[in-house]
Design a protein around this ligand. Sequence first.
Ligand code: ADP
Ligand code: MG
Length: 777
Amino acid sequence: MAGMAEKGTVKETIQIFARVKPTREETSKVYSVNNDEAAGASVEFVVPKDLGDGYVNNKLENYKFRFRRVFDQTAGQEEIFETIAQPVADRVLAGYNGTIFAYGQTNSGKTFTITGGARSYGDRGIIPRTLSYLYQHIIQDSTMVYTTHISYLEIYNNVCYDLLDRQLEACRLEDLPTVTIMHDSEQNIQLRNLSIQQSANEEEALNLLFLGDTHRMTAETLLNKASTRSHCIFTVYLCGRQPGSATVRRSKLHLVDLAGSERVNKMALGGQLLTEAKYINVSLHYLEQVIISLSESRAHIPYRNSLMTSVLRDSLGGNCMTTMISTISVDKTNLKESMSTCRFAQRVALIKNEAVLNEEEDPVLLIARLKRENQSLRDELAMVTGEPRQEQLTQYEIQKLEVQVKDFLEDTDPEATLALGTDLQKIRRCFTLLKTIVSGLRQQLTIIQEKLGRANGTGNELTPLSAVATAPDFIPLNEAVRGILISEKEETEKTRDQDTTAQLNGPRLSIGKEEAFEIFMRDHEDRLTIEDNKAVLKQRYIEAKGLGVQVNKTRDSINELKKQLEMRRIQRADQDHREEEEQDPVEAIILKQVEAEKKEFKSYIGDLKTLRTEIQHVQLLMERAKVKLQKDFKEWWSEETPGPQDSGAPSRLQTGRPSLNSKPSSPGRPGSGGHSLSYFPAHKQQEPYSHVPSATDLRSFVPKIQTMQTPSEDRPASSHQRGGSVLELTPQLRDLSSIKPADYSIPLTGDSRIDDDILAFVRARQNLLQRRDTPQQ
Ligand code: ADP
Ligand code: MG
């Protein structure tokens, strides 16, 4: 399949893989996976004939599809990464473009595969794992200098959004920046308004990924859309060159989470959703057109028909190594879609790509290099033929040298030189300058060490820099330990008040809303995720601390051994040993011990670094879960409370009849798991916080509410026992919907704005209680 046609060109068909999503259904009769075929692997479905081709027939029929490999239900994220993504990442590091895209119906596991699950570190998907892999390689490879950039794009209804644009935090629809596409004279596409952000290390890249994912969530609310209808493209831009060389390799890696591929006819949709479905189907339809044209080697490939195919042009039949993951669900109701996903993949497998090594001479670098060479040749020539200078350096020359040295030290380019020509006086002067600078730094270092020692006390202190500098691998140690200790400190500070609602709540809420939030949060599925992750973090911090202690111990014992070595050498020197007897067995033993300790030291550092990545990831997961919680609450609150326009109309309370309002499945809601009872929102609020009265406004009615919290006997206790201040369901509360406003035991204030809020709160609470009382499916 793959072959090197000429140097730097790889011809290869698009690699197709399949992944079966885990299910609880009994599916052994429905499909089977075979990974040991001569031609690769296959998945075979056994279904009633009518499922396959539309005939109604009870006969069973077999449908078999070939893949490079099929990952069955039990396959883990690591295996997926190693088999699918790692080879692509290797090619990208070598200078080739790569694309991995997930295709399948909604809920089949595309996002889980590409980004990962939001629950645990082990669930992280291809993007975070690939970032980890790339940066590991970049750090270790000393023969190359790399720079990395990242962009994150979302295409929704054929409009591009930049997910890394911080304006997305502005939270107003009209503020959403859109990215436009332009074709240059060579038919290359340029994306205008797409920010491409530099990310120097794994941490920064991960932060960008999470920033984008959070924005994806925000945009979802703003546009009132479902993420399942958008395509997301996460791109890593890599630029590498050898130090001193003007040849650069630029490669791109697209990691693509496509919109759900389901057919419109299967969905019972109306209004807005239909438009969206049409749009995804339009863009996926164009993707299919492109794939068909390519697989049949047609002359014209209709890339330009949609934004998505324009952006992915290179990935499809162009300069790129492309891999497709077909995510399939084998639940009975999804078999038809799964087979159509497999059928699509068979087409895709026919497409030939031709990836070329993206190598070019960078003219700027080339000129710089030639200039340097030129200068050094001149210097050599002058050295050979010139006359040494006699007179002293002038004040002006000295000043100029100082500037030159400063620039030289600040230049991050490893090839920077201090061009001094042949003037020995200048060379000497520069050495003196450098010496002064170094001794100044030494002094500062001593001061910092002393301060650090004092701040940390004894025992579990930060590694003193001098000791670290003599130990192997000193920079990572310092960074790893400090990184963890600092984030731990932040985290302890955070967890201290995390248990209060306010922490999760974001902006300060009125007391009534706060109480509602507390109840909301208690039943929210992400609450568990956050708590689990909190426990994981705690555990990891303990482990990191333990490792820190080990690191310090090993370092101390290395220092101790070094002292012994020194003593031994001095002793032997005193005894006036002769050169030939130099091999001292005692010294050899000590050296061996030092080696062993150093090895251990390195392995602790390695563990510490791994731990650090995990801690960062889990922290980000928690952040994201919190944002989601707030968002879900905001949505729920705005649905449960009438907008400002409806203020002063308490009678609405009675007209707001309970109705079955089937929402787009939102697992995050209390009482989730299917339909939930809710009022139709009287008015969709733009900004739920904008008219919320202050805490003091509402305080007046709070005690009254609390008087209603007497335990009642006519309900099962279990559903109320989880939290601390549990809202008790009383007959009064249950009957609230039938009470006229005048019957309320809550005094209204007369201020329509506040009263409105009070009523909204009561109603929201009542809804919630009603929901919790409704048996869940
Ligand atoms: P899609 O992006 O295709 O719509 P998701 O990736 O969001 O689907 O998956 C739907 C649900 O199934 C999510 O809750 C996800 O966590 C879960 N899921 C998907 N694939 C797996 C898997 N391989 N293992 C465990 N859970 C999975
Ligand atoms: Mg998804």
